[in-house]
Ligand binder design. Structure first.
Ligand code: T6T
Length: 325
Protein backbone atom coordinates (compact mmCIF):
# COMPACT_ATOMS: atom_id res chain seq x y z
CA UNK A 1 0.00 0.00 0.00
CA UNK A 2 2.76 2.41 1.04
CA UNK A 3 4.72 1.51 -2.13
CA UNK A 4 1.64 2.12 -4.23
CA UNK A 5 1.13 5.57 -2.65
CA UNK A 6 4.79 6.42 -3.17
CA UNK A 7 4.52 5.45 -6.83
CA UNK A 8 1.45 7.68 -7.29
CA UNK A 9 3.29 10.56 -5.56
CA UNK A 10 6.33 10.14 -7.82
CA UNK A 11 4.21 9.93 -10.95
CA UNK A 12 2.35 13.07 -9.91
CA UNK A 13 5.54 14.88 -9.02
CA UNK A 14 6.96 14.05 -12.45
CA UNK A 15 3.78 14.81 -14.27
CA UNK A 16 3.23 18.26 -12.80
CA UNK A 17 6.43 19.94 -14.00
CA UNK A 18 5.96 18.35 -17.41
CA UNK A 19 2.36 19.43 -17.70
CA UNK A 20 2.73 23.04 -16.54
CA UNK A 21 5.01 24.43 -19.26
CA UNK A 22 3.05 22.66 -22.00
CA UNK A 23 -0.24 24.08 -20.75
CA UNK A 24 1.21 27.53 -20.21
CA UNK A 25 2.66 27.58 -23.72
CA UNK A 26 -0.54 26.41 -25.37
CA UNK A 27 -2.46 29.00 -23.45
CA UNK A 28 -0.72 31.98 -25.00
CA UNK A 29 -1.42 33.53 -28.36
CA UNK A 30 1.12 33.87 -31.16
CA UNK A 31 1.23 37.27 -32.82
CA UNK A 32 2.08 38.45 -36.32
CA UNK A 33 3.16 42.10 -36.61
CA UNK A 34 2.95 43.65 -40.08
CA UNK A 35 3.97 47.34 -40.29
CA UNK A 36 3.34 49.65 -43.27
CA UNK A 37 6.95 50.07 -44.37
CA UNK A 38 10.52 50.24 -43.08
CA UNK A 39 10.81 53.62 -41.38
CA UNK A 40 11.74 54.98 -37.93
CA UNK A 41 8.07 55.35 -36.96
CA UNK A 42 7.33 51.64 -37.38
CA UNK A 43 10.73 50.68 -35.96
CA UNK A 44 9.75 52.42 -32.73
CA UNK A 45 6.36 50.73 -32.90
CA UNK A 46 8.21 47.40 -33.12
CA UNK A 47 10.03 48.27 -29.87
CA UNK A 48 6.63 48.60 -28.19
CA UNK A 49 5.42 45.32 -29.69
CA UNK A 50 8.57 43.50 -28.60
CA UNK A 51 8.44 44.90 -25.07
CA UNK A 52 4.84 43.76 -24.62
CA UNK A 53 5.59 40.37 -26.15
CA UNK A 54 8.41 40.00 -23.62
CA UNK A 55 6.26 41.19 -20.72
CA UNK A 56 3.49 38.71 -21.55
CA UNK A 57 5.86 35.87 -22.48
CA UNK A 58 4.55 35.60 -26.04
CA UNK A 59 6.02 34.94 -29.46
CA UNK A 60 5.88 37.34 -32.41
CA UNK A 61 6.63 37.10 -36.11
CA UNK A 62 7.58 40.40 -37.79
CA UNK A 63 8.37 41.33 -41.36
CA UNK A 64 8.74 44.90 -42.64
CA UNK A 65 7.54 45.67 -46.20
CA UNK A 66 10.33 47.31 -48.23
CA UNK A 67 8.00 49.89 -49.74
CA UNK A 68 4.53 51.32 -49.11
CA UNK A 69 2.34 49.30 -51.44
CA UNK A 70 -0.63 46.91 -51.35
CA UNK A 71 1.29 44.61 -53.70
CA UNK A 72 4.13 44.39 -51.18
CA UNK A 73 2.09 44.13 -47.96
CA UNK A 74 -0.45 41.55 -49.26
CA UNK A 75 2.04 38.72 -50.02
CA UNK A 76 3.59 39.11 -46.56
CA UNK A 77 0.11 38.87 -45.05
CA UNK A 78 -0.50 35.74 -47.12
CA UNK A 79 2.63 34.10 -45.76
CA UNK A 80 1.45 34.95 -42.22
CA UNK A 81 -1.89 33.23 -42.93
CA UNK A 82 -0.23 30.24 -44.59
CA UNK A 83 1.98 29.54 -41.52
CA UNK A 84 -1.12 28.36 -39.70
CA UNK A 85 0.24 29.15 -36.23
CA UNK A 86 -0.77 32.80 -35.72
CA UNK A 87 -3.70 33.78 -33.51
CA UNK A 88 -3.57 37.59 -33.99
CA UNK A 89 -2.24 39.90 -36.67
CA UNK A 90 -1.36 43.46 -35.71
CA UNK A 91 -1.24 45.40 -38.96
CA UNK A 92 -1.01 48.95 -40.32
CA UNK A 93 -3.05 48.46 -43.50
CA UNK A 94 -1.43 50.42 -46.35
CA UNK A 95 -4.78 51.07 -48.02
CA UNK A 96 -8.13 51.47 -46.27
CA UNK A 97 -10.11 49.69 -49.03
CA UNK A 98 -7.68 47.38 -50.79
CA UNK A 99 -6.44 45.63 -47.64
CA UNK A 100 -9.98 44.66 -46.53
CA UNK A 101 -10.30 41.51 -48.70
CA UNK A 102 -6.79 40.16 -47.88
CA UNK A 103 -7.51 40.66 -44.16
CA UNK A 104 -10.90 38.96 -44.45
CA UNK A 105 -8.96 35.88 -45.59
CA UNK A 106 -6.98 36.02 -42.36
CA UNK A 107 -10.22 36.23 -40.43
CA UNK A 108 -11.61 33.19 -42.29
CA UNK A 109 -8.45 31.33 -41.26
CA UNK A 110 -9.30 32.04 -37.61
CA UNK A 111 -6.84 34.90 -37.08
CA UNK A 112 -8.06 37.99 -35.26
CA UNK A 113 -7.04 41.45 -36.46
CA UNK A 114 -5.97 44.65 -34.70
CA UNK A 115 -5.10 47.67 -36.82
CA UNK A 116 -2.50 50.15 -35.69
CA UNK A 117 -1.72 53.62 -37.09
CA UNK A 118 -4.03 53.21 -40.11
CA UNK A 119 -7.59 51.93 -40.33
CA UNK A 120 -9.83 49.99 -42.72
CA UNK A 121 -13.07 51.36 -44.17
CA UNK A 122 -13.88 54.58 -42.32
CA UNK A 123 -12.20 53.53 -39.07
CA UNK A 124 -15.50 53.18 -37.22
CA UNK A 125 -15.36 49.49 -36.28
CA UNK A 126 -18.68 49.77 -34.36
CA UNK A 127 -20.96 51.08 -37.11
CA UNK A 128 -18.84 51.60 -40.21
CA UNK A 129 -18.50 49.43 -43.33
CA UNK A 130 -15.72 47.33 -41.73
CA UNK A 131 -16.27 45.98 -38.22
CA UNK A 132 -14.18 42.80 -37.99
CA UNK A 133 -10.99 44.19 -36.39
CA UNK A 134 -10.86 44.06 -32.60
CA UNK A 135 -9.68 47.65 -32.41
CA UNK A 136 -8.00 50.55 -34.21
CA UNK A 137 -5.16 51.99 -32.14
CA UNK A 138 -3.57 55.15 -33.51
CA UNK A 139 -3.36 58.94 -33.64
CA UNK A 140 -6.32 61.23 -34.28
CA UNK A 141 -4.86 62.30 -37.59
CA UNK A 142 -7.53 64.84 -38.58
CA UNK A 143 -7.05 66.66 -35.31
CA UNK A 144 -3.25 66.55 -35.63
CA UNK A 145 -3.52 67.95 -39.19
CA UNK A 146 -5.46 70.87 -37.71
CA UNK A 147 -2.70 71.40 -35.14
CA UNK A 148 -0.09 71.45 -37.92
CA UNK A 149 -2.12 74.04 -39.82
CA UNK A 150 -2.52 76.28 -36.76
CA UNK A 151 1.24 76.14 -36.15
CA UNK A 152 1.91 77.18 -39.73
CA UNK A 153 -0.70 79.95 -39.62
CA UNK A 154 0.90 81.27 -36.46
CA UNK A 155 4.43 81.07 -37.89
CA UNK A 156 3.28 82.99 -40.97
CA UNK A 157 1.29 85.63 -39.12
CA UNK A 158 -1.96 84.44 -40.69
CA UNK A 159 -0.95 85.20 -44.25
CA UNK A 160 0.62 83.30 -47.15
CA UNK A 161 0.55 80.45 -49.63
CA UNK A 162 0.86 76.90 -48.29
CA UNK A 163 1.41 73.50 -49.90
CA UNK A 164 0.98 69.92 -48.67
CA UNK A 165 3.46 67.16 -49.52
CA UNK A 166 1.60 63.86 -49.10
CA UNK A 167 2.44 60.19 -49.60
CA UNK A 168 -0.30 58.05 -51.20
CA UNK A 169 -4.04 58.41 -51.73
CA UNK A 170 -6.21 55.88 -49.89
CA UNK A 171 -4.11 55.85 -46.71
CA UNK A 172 -6.28 56.77 -43.73
CA UNK A 173 -3.55 58.40 -41.61
CA UNK A 174 -2.10 60.87 -44.11
CA UNK A 175 -5.49 61.50 -45.70
CA UNK A 176 -6.79 62.58 -42.28
CA UNK A 177 -3.82 64.87 -41.68
CA UNK A 178 -4.27 66.61 -45.04
CA UNK A 179 -8.01 66.96 -44.42
CA UNK A 180 -7.58 68.57 -40.99
CA UNK A 181 -4.86 70.84 -42.36
CA UNK A 182 -6.96 72.12 -45.26
CA UNK A 183 -9.99 72.64 -43.02
CA UNK A 184 -8.08 75.07 -40.80
CA UNK A 185 -6.29 76.88 -43.64
CA UNK A 186 -9.69 77.55 -45.26
CA UNK A 187 -10.75 79.47 -42.14
CA UNK A 188 -8.10 82.16 -42.72
CA UNK A 189 -8.96 84.53 -45.59
CA UNK A 190 -5.35 85.56 -46.13
CA UNK A 191 -4.01 82.01 -46.22
CA UNK A 192 -4.03 80.27 -49.58
CA UNK A 193 -3.82 76.51 -50.12
CA UNK A 194 -1.94 76.06 -53.42
CA UNK A 195 -2.12 72.29 -53.72
CA UNK A 196 -1.00 68.85 -52.63
CA UNK A 197 1.13 66.18 -54.28
CA UNK A 198 1.77 62.49 -53.61
CA UNK A 199 5.37 61.23 -53.42
CA UNK A 200 4.36 57.57 -52.90
CA UNK A 201 6.36 57.64 -49.65
CA UNK A 202 9.65 58.35 -51.41
CA UNK A 203 11.77 61.24 -50.06
CA UNK A 204 13.54 61.76 -53.41
CA UNK A 205 10.23 62.13 -55.23
CA UNK A 206 8.99 64.45 -52.47
CA UNK A 207 12.08 66.67 -52.89
CA UNK A 208 11.55 66.83 -56.67
CA UNK A 209 7.89 67.74 -56.24
CA UNK A 210 8.60 70.43 -53.66
CA UNK A 211 11.43 71.89 -55.80
CA UNK A 212 8.96 72.19 -58.69
CA UNK A 213 6.42 73.94 -56.43
CA UNK A 214 9.10 76.37 -55.19
CA UNK A 215 9.77 77.30 -58.83
CA UNK A 216 6.11 77.58 -59.70
CA UNK A 217 5.17 79.57 -56.59
CA UNK A 218 8.14 81.84 -55.79
CA UNK A 219 6.20 83.41 -52.91
CA UNK A 220 5.34 80.08 -51.26
CA UNK A 221 5.38 80.67 -47.51
CA UNK A 222 4.77 77.28 -45.91
CA UNK A 223 4.78 73.51 -46.40
CA UNK A 224 3.18 70.70 -44.40
CA UNK A 225 5.13 67.43 -44.75
CA UNK A 226 2.61 64.80 -43.67
CA UNK A 227 5.01 62.02 -42.66
CA UNK A 228 8.66 60.95 -42.40
CA UNK A 229 9.55 60.84 -46.10
CA UNK A 230 7.40 63.71 -47.36
CA UNK A 231 8.75 66.03 -44.64
CA UNK A 232 12.31 64.85 -45.28
CA UNK A 233 11.95 65.52 -49.03
CA UNK A 234 10.39 68.94 -48.36
CA UNK A 235 13.28 69.83 -46.04
CA UNK A 236 15.87 68.75 -48.61
CA UNK A 237 14.20 70.79 -51.38
CA UNK A 238 13.98 73.92 -49.24
CA UNK A 239 17.64 73.58 -48.19
CA UNK A 240 18.74 72.98 -51.80
CA UNK A 241 16.96 76.20 -52.82
CA UNK A 242 18.59 78.09 -49.91
CA UNK A 243 15.14 79.01 -48.63
CA UNK A 244 15.39 77.77 -45.03
CA UNK A 245 13.57 80.18 -42.76
CA UNK A 246 11.94 81.94 -45.74
CA UNK A 247 9.68 78.93 -46.31
CA UNK A 248 8.33 77.49 -43.07
CA UNK A 249 7.91 73.72 -42.80
CA UNK A 250 5.76 71.83 -40.34
CA UNK A 251 6.84 68.17 -40.10
CA UNK A 252 4.85 65.18 -38.96
CA UNK A 253 6.98 62.47 -37.24
CA UNK A 254 9.96 63.06 -34.95
CA UNK A 255 12.86 61.47 -36.79
CA UNK A 256 16.50 62.47 -36.29
CA UNK A 257 16.40 64.23 -39.65
CA UNK A 258 13.33 66.24 -38.62
CA UNK A 259 14.96 67.20 -35.32
CA UNK A 260 18.12 68.36 -37.08
CA UNK A 261 15.98 70.50 -39.39
CA UNK A 262 14.18 71.87 -36.35
CA UNK A 263 17.46 72.82 -34.70
CA UNK A 264 18.71 74.48 -37.89
CA UNK A 265 15.53 76.50 -38.49
CA UNK A 266 14.53 74.57 -41.62
CA UNK A 267 11.47 73.27 -39.76
CA UNK A 268 9.20 75.30 -37.46
CA UNK A 269 7.47 72.52 -35.56
CA UNK A 270 7.59 68.72 -35.40
CA UNK A 271 4.61 66.66 -34.38
CA UNK A 272 5.70 63.43 -32.66
CA UNK A 273 3.30 60.50 -32.60
CA UNK A 274 3.50 57.70 -30.03
CA UNK A 275 4.25 54.58 -32.07
CA UNK A 276 5.69 52.72 -29.06
CA UNK A 277 2.32 53.03 -27.32
CA UNK A 278 0.48 51.77 -30.41
CA UNK A 279 2.64 48.65 -30.57
CA UNK A 280 2.55 47.91 -26.85
CA UNK A 281 -1.20 48.41 -26.52
CA UNK A 282 -1.97 46.28 -29.58
CA UNK A 283 -0.18 43.28 -28.04
CA UNK A 284 -1.86 43.94 -24.68
CA UNK A 285 -5.23 43.97 -26.47
CA UNK A 286 -4.47 40.66 -28.18
CA UNK A 287 -3.53 39.15 -24.83
CA UNK A 288 -6.67 40.53 -23.16
CA UNK A 289 -8.89 39.22 -25.96
CA UNK A 290 -7.21 35.82 -25.68
CA UNK A 291 -8.00 35.81 -21.96
CA UNK A 292 -11.67 36.49 -22.64
CA UNK A 293 -11.90 40.25 -22.09
CA UNK A 294 -14.92 41.41 -24.09
CA UNK A 295 -15.00 45.15 -23.35
CA UNK A 296 -12.01 46.25 -25.41
CA UNK A 297 -12.64 49.66 -27.02
CA UNK A 298 -12.89 49.53 -30.80
CA UNK A 299 -10.93 52.79 -31.01
CA UNK A 300 -7.98 53.94 -28.96
CA UNK A 301 -6.55 57.38 -29.71
CA UNK A 302 -2.88 57.56 -28.86
CA UNK A 303 -1.21 60.79 -27.80
CA UNK A 304 1.29 63.14 -29.36
CA UNK A 305 3.88 65.76 -28.49
CA UNK A 306 4.61 69.08 -30.14
CA UNK A 307 8.36 69.56 -30.47
CA UNK A 308 9.87 72.99 -31.01
CA UNK A 309 13.40 74.35 -31.05
CA UNK A 310 12.78 75.62 -27.51
CA UNK A 311 11.66 72.32 -25.94
CA UNK A 312 13.48 69.70 -28.04
CA UNK A 313 16.29 69.19 -25.51
CA UNK A 314 13.99 68.99 -22.51
CA UNK A 315 13.88 65.27 -21.56
CA UNK A 316 10.11 65.51 -21.03
CA UNK A 317 9.77 66.20 -24.77
CA UNK A 318 12.93 64.60 -26.13
CA UNK A 319 11.67 61.17 -25.02
CA UNK A 320 9.19 61.29 -27.91
CA UNK A 321 11.88 61.63 -30.58
CA UNK A 322 11.91 58.36 -32.55
CA UNK A 323 15.02 56.59 -31.19
CA UNK A 324 15.84 53.56 -33.24
CA UNK A 325 18.68 51.30 -32.08
O1 T6T B 1 3.55 58.92 -40.31
C1 T6T B 1 3.80 57.56 -40.16
C2 T6T B 1 2.51 56.83 -40.16
O2 T6T B 1 1.66 57.38 -39.17
C3 T6T B 1 1.84 56.92 -41.53
O3 T6T B 1 0.66 56.16 -41.55
C4 T6T B 1 2.77 56.50 -42.62
O4 T6T B 1 3.98 57.20 -42.53
C5 T6T B 1 4.67 57.06 -41.31
O5 T6T B 1 4.99 55.71 -41.13
C6 T6T B 1 5.97 57.83 -41.33
O6 T6T B 1 6.75 57.49 -42.42
Amino acid sequence: MFKKLLLVAVVLALAIPLAVPATAQDDKPKIGFLPGVVDPFYQVMELGVNQAVKDFGLEVVTQFPESWNVTVQTPILETYIARGDLDYIIIAPVDKEQMVAPLEKALEAGIKIITVDTFLGDGDYENGPVTFPISYIGSDNVDRGRIAARALVEALGGKGKVFVENTNPGVSSVEGRAQGFQEVIAQYPEMEFVGMEYCLDDATVAAEQVSAVLQREPDLAGIFGVNVFSAQGAGNAVKAAGLQGAVQIVSYDATKDAMENLRNDVVTMVLAQKPYDMGYLAVAFAMADWRGVTSLPKRVTTGFAILTKENMDDPEYARFIYQVP
